[in-house]
Design a protein around this ligand. Structure first.
Ligand code: SF4
Ligand code: SF4
Length: 201
């Protein structure tokens, strides 16, 4: 809490980011080359964050992740929970007036965080892997299977167990998995990603 005018003045003092931006140019160039999007174009309007359905739960909003990258603070971004909470819905990229693609950045950062052992919380990575395994197997996620496997492998077998009966009675979760009509195409997508060097699970 700010107590007097002097504190307000210090709080509002301008911070010169220009030297930081200049030093971070190699990092921005490398992101552009490897992630296919230019964070240097972002003018911090916040439209990405305003449309993000998960921003409320993130430690850094999508706009802030882009800002960290602009300033070369990539490790902060790699260690964030945000990149694992991103649902890859693409809303941010679609809304961006500067054609920056935060969704692409989140995906690239997830892969890099994993490769460098910088995952903020191993449970987030586990959830991500299990989710993809089920989508590959059935063409869509099987919520019950996901919950059970996740709870078991993350050593918290009774997590949210109290919600189970109510959700089951309301038809929100099904004990048996449903598969889609032609799951072959989904499997082909996973195979193609692996061929291109993606990890897949
Ligand atoms: S919408 Fe685009 S320009 Fe605006 S803050 Fe997000 S990334 Fe930056
Ligand atoms: S792609 Fe990720 S960061 Fe972008 S709006 Fe969707 S959940 Fe948010």
């Amino acid at each position: 809490m700010l107590k007097n005018l002097e504190e307000v003045r210090v709080f509002m003092e301008r911070i010169n980011l220009t030297p930081g931006l200049a030093q971070a140019k190699p990092i921005r160039d490398s992101l552009k080359e490897h992630y296919g999007t230019d964070v240097g174009r972002c003018y911090q309007c916040g439209k990405c964050t305003a449309g993000c359905p998960v921003a409320f739960a993130m430690d850094y909003t999508p706009r802030e992740i882009v800002r960290l990258l602009q300033l070369g603070l990539k490790e902060e971004a790699l260690k964030s929970k945000t990149i694992w909470l991103c649902a890859t819905c693409d809303t941010c990229s679609t809304r961006c007036p500067r054609e920056v693609e935060p969704a692409k950045l989140m995906e690239g950062l997830r892969q890099e965080a994993k490769a460098k052992g910088l995952v903020a919380d191993k449970r987030l990575d586990l959830f991500n892997d299990l989710f993809l395994q089920l989508v590959e197997k059935y063409g869509r996620v099987h919520e019950m299977g996901l919950i059970l496997k996740f709870n078991l492998l993350s050593a918290q077998p009774l997590k949210d167990a109290g919600h189970g009966p109510g959700m089951f009675l309301k038809g929100k979760i099904n004990p048996l998995p449903h598969t889609i009509k032609d799951n072959g195409e989904v499997k082909q997508i996973f195979a193609r990603v692996r061929d291109l060097g993606g990890e897949g699970k």
